[in-house]
Design a protein around this ligand. Structure first.
Ligand code: HSE
Length: 406
């Protein structure tokens, strides 16, 4: 079976290495030889032993009817979307690691794959090397899924771990994550929660079977987390993590990405470095947790190659999951979402005033806490109510507001 690869970056080069070096074991698993015949990339790689496979011309892949599986590892929306759509329309199965593509165009591309009786697989788009998409839609098929949440970005988890454990600066930790190949081309997508937002949108779309678009989902990154917040959290028995959450409702679903204080005895609190974890609650299974390396060349390439093997096993059969496109937003508006909050305030605010505005709270303390600083944790409330309380606050400024898991 002939395979083409589009994009020879961090993930793509890992895919090429696995396909070329593990030919025999993959052939056994796929039931046929997986022959990598073309690699599309605009750059030259004169040092590579397989440089004869490279082309700069997409039409060499698109118009070659003998190629039945195409791997897209270019990243970005364009031209990945046009190339993938065209390959599917030509009757080729496509495997991608591109979360932006799936989060923005998943419903449309899945429909094209169904119509052409081919596959559009994207296991590597969420959780890097962790098998989560196929287990979620196949192995948990008996369940109504109630919640899906977790740590979905390796770069930010790596940065937070370094900042908390080693008191490393944000910039230094980010540059190490970039060197290790974890970060996106533009790391803004990682640190501002955009990458995690795309991933929770994909998981939420699988869970509710309707496309949830990133533009409808509130996403906040880790750039505003301070050492003071980490100190309050730690003194109260919490760690700070970037959490993607999807709480499934009847018509609308609470989907968001925010930093959150996670209790130290919670399953997610010990998920450190580049590791990701996804917790899924099904009505039959209860909690199921998926854990592993969420970014990096070989873990992500592993998930891509597994999809290639899966596509190769059943030529002429469409095994892809599907979800419907949605015109009206199925994501609950932020003001109606419910969360619990940690606040840090500066000023001469009285405890009674805080409790009048936010209701009963738990007060936090930290070492070297300034006299004019308070921190507290609220009960669970609507986001809109929390904002209303903030607007009525006088004589103090809000230095930090972070959600927490209870
Ligand atoms: N930049 C992403 C991360 C890569 O750090 O998780 C894997 O999707």
């Amino acid at each position: 079976m002939k395979v083409a690869l589009m994009g020879h970056g961090v993930v793509g080069s890992g895919v090429a290495e696995i396909l070329l070096e593990k030919k025999e074991s993959l052939a056994e698993k796929a039931g046929s030889l997986l022959e990598l015949v073309k690699i599309l990339d605009l750059r030259d790689f004169p040092q590579l032993s397989y440089q004869e496979l490279f082309t700069k011309d997409f039409s060499e892949i698109e118009s070659d009817d003998s190629i039945s599986i195409v791997v897209e590892a270019m990243g970005g929306l364009h031209p990945a979307y046009e190339y993938v759509k065209s390959c599917l329309e030509k009757g080729k199965s496509v495997v991608t690691s591109n979360k932006e593509l799936v989060a923005e165009k998943g419903a449309e591309l899945l429909a094209v794959a169904k119509e052409k009786n081919v596959n559009f697989f994207f296991e590597a788009s969420v959780g890097g090397g962790i098998p989560v998409i196929r287990p979620m839609h196949l192995c948990l098929a008996a369940n109504e899924l109630k919640t899906v949440y977790g740590i979905l970005n390796g770069t930010t988890n790596f940065i937070l771990t370094k900042m908390i454990r080693e008191q490393m600066s944000f910039e230094k930790a980010l540059s190490i994550a970039q060197e290790l190949g974890y970060a996106e081309k533009d790391p803004t997508a990682d640190v501002e929660g955009i990458d995690a937002c795309r991933k929770i949108c994909i998981l939420a779309s699988i869970a509710c079977k309707k496309h949830i678009y990133p533009k409808d989902v509130y996403a906040e990154g880790i750039t505003k987390i301070t050492a003071e917040d980490v100190a309050y959290a730690s003194a109260a028995g919490y760690v700070v993590k970037l959490i993607g959450q999807a709480k499934l409702g009847k018509e609308q679903h609470q989907v968001m990405v925010t930093p959150a204080l996670v209790p130290v005895d919670h399953q997610l609190s010990g998920v450190d470095d580049v590791f990701n974890a996804v917790l899924i609650e099904g009505d039959c299974t209860g909690d199921v947790m998926f854990y592993g390396k969420g970014a990096g060349k070989m873990p992500t390439a592993s998930a891509v190659v597994a999809d290639v093997v899966h596509a190769a096993k059943m030529p002429g059969t469409s095994l892809s999951l599907t979800w419907e496109d949605s015109t009206a937003s199925v994501a609950l508006p932020l003001t109606s979402c419910e969360n619990s909050f940690y606040y840090r305030l500066q000023g001469s605010v009285k405890p009674e005033t805080v409790e009048q505005l936010w209701g009963e709270v738990v007060w936090l303390t930290r070492k070297d806490q300034p006299a004019n600083e308070v921190a507290f944790m609220t009960a669970c409330m609507k986001e809109g109510e929390a904002v209303k309380a903030e607007k009525q606050l006088q004589d103090a400024v809000i230095l930090s507001k972070i959600r927490y898991l209870d």
